[in-house]
Design a protein around this ligand. Sequence first.
Ligand code: HEC
Length: 183
Amino acid sequence: MIHRPILVLFSAALAVQAADFKKDIQPILEKHCYECHSEKTGKQKAGYVFDDLETLKLDINPKGAIVPGKPAESHVFVVVSDPNHEAHMPPKGNLSDREISKLRDWITAGAHLTPEAAATAAAPAKPAVLDWTNFEGRTIKAGFVRLDGENVVLKMANGQEIPYPLAKLNEASRKQAQDSAAQ
Ligand code: HEC
C-alpha cells in the first residue's frame, strides 16, 4: 500500500499573510484616530491611546478592547466597523471598506504589534507523526524533519532528531520522505 503524506497536517505552516501593524495598521490609526487618542498630544478620549504601543498593548488581550483572533468581540473594531453603533468612531465619517478589512485581518491574525511577534505565533507546528517502515518490515513512528543527503532526518517521540538512511526504508516510506520534503 502506498502511504500518502497527510497534507492537512502541514497546513499550519501556510498561515495567512498577516497584516503588518507598522505598515498596514498604524497609518489608519494615525489618519483617523490620533487626533483625539494620543499619548503625545495628551488627548486620551475614553482612555484610549493609539500612538503609544506600550499603552495600546494593554488593550490587546482576551478581555481587552482588542481581542486577538476575534474582531467581532473587539470593542475598538466594533465601534469602527458598525456605522450605527452609538459610540461609532471616528465621531465624524467612516473608515473605507479597505481600511476596515485591514483592521479585521490584523485582529484575526492575532493583533501583533511587531513582525517578530507575528512570526513567532505563526511558527510551524511540530512535525506530524508518520509511520516509517524499513526494508525489513519494521515500522517506527516519527515526524519528518528534512532530507539530509542520503538520510531522512526524523523526529522521535522524545524530541530527538535522528538521521536514517533513505536506502534502508521501503519504497513507500522513501517516497513519503521525498513527498514531505517537497511540501
Ligand atoms: C474627533 C475626536 C475623535 C476621533 C478622531 C476618534 N475618537 Fe474615539 N472617542 C472620542 C471621544 C470624545 C470618545 C468618548 C466618547 C464618549 O465617551 O461618549 C471616544 C471614545 C472611543 C472609544 C470608546 C467607545 C465607547 O464605547 O465609549 C473607542 C474604542 C474609540 N474612541 C476608538 C477610536 C478609534 C479606533 C478611532 C479611529 C478610527 C477614534 N476613536 C477616533 C473622540 C474621537
